[in-house]
Design a binder for this molecule. Structure first.
Ligand code: PXP
Length: 241
């Protein structure tokens, strides 16, 4: 059954607008779990623009599903991750000026370093997922690092301006998923997925998990978080149970 990870960064973004207490990302995580989320995703950015270290620490103790920590492969965050022990980490590229993670990790270019990072995590008992574009060279490079999972970047698919472009991106994601699975990797996907564009992605059989944040938190403003999570679960599992 296709799993759903809920990214709660956007709740913390709103809280940080006033540096106040509300809305609380921990409460969001618990509500998402009640509604059926399979995992909770948060990104501890180097600039701490949304999730704070304390959030991560409380989340680790509070949630009952799985904690997926998104992070840059930087020594400072690696140290925190090894202390907090999320169920797995997803390594993403990070640029200070970006609004959100803009592209996949260039595993090819940083293969030696990432191999060392993956083995450091393995020593701490933490599996690693690499957030990459659905590109054959990146997938091959990901295998060589020893990572267990790749999360394929669906942002270009989500942002496609025309149907032709969108179909071409979908084909790349399907081919990448197939290749990754055949090379022994687990396959996840995410970024920019919403209630309108998610269905074609759910039909790719190799994808085991979707990680979605922005669209669900946005919908939650109007219908509440539990209902927004339930709607997405219904949508991604339609005909798949
Ligand atoms: N997966 C990864 C690796 C991400 O960086 C993000 C954004 O934080 C998401 C999934 C979720 O993207 P969105 O918020 O657009 O649903």
């Amino acid at each position: 059954m296709l799993k759903l990870g809920i990214n709660i960064d956007h709740v913390a973004t709103l809280r940080q607008q006033r540096r106040g207490q509300e809305p609380d990302p921990i409460s969001a995580a618990l509500l998402a779990e009640t509604a059926g989320a399979d995992s909770i995703v948060c990104h501890l950015r180097e600039d701490r623009r949304h999730i704070q270290e304390q959030d991560l620490h409380i989340l680790r103790g509070a949630i009952k599903t799985k904690l997926n920590l998104e992070m840059a492969a930087s020594p400072e965050i690696i140290k925190i991750a090894c202390q907090e022990k999320p169920d797995w980490v997803t390594l993403v590229p990070e640029k200070r000026a970006e609004l959100t993670t803009e592209g996949g990790l260039d595993v090819e270019k940083r293969s030696g370093y990432l191999k060392d990072v993956v083995s450091e995590f393995r020593k701490s008992g933490i599996p690693v997922s690499l957030f990459i574009d659905a590109d054959a060279n990146q997938i091959e490079a990901a295998v060589k690092t020893g990572a267990e999972t790749v999360e394929l970047h669906t942002g270009r698919y989500a942002d496609a301006a025309t149907e032709k472009e969108r179909d071409a991106e979908l084909k790349k994601i399907a081919a990448g998923s197939n290749m990754a699975k055949s090379l022994g990797l687990k396959v996840a996907a995410g970024h920019g997925l919403d209630y309108r564009n998610v269905r074609p992605i759910t039909r790719i059989p190799e994808i085991e998990e979707l990680n979605i944040g922005y669209s669900i938190i946005g919908r939650a403003v109007f219908i509440g978080l539990e209902e927004a999570v339930r709607e997405m679960i219904k949508l991604i599992r339609r005909g798949k149970c």
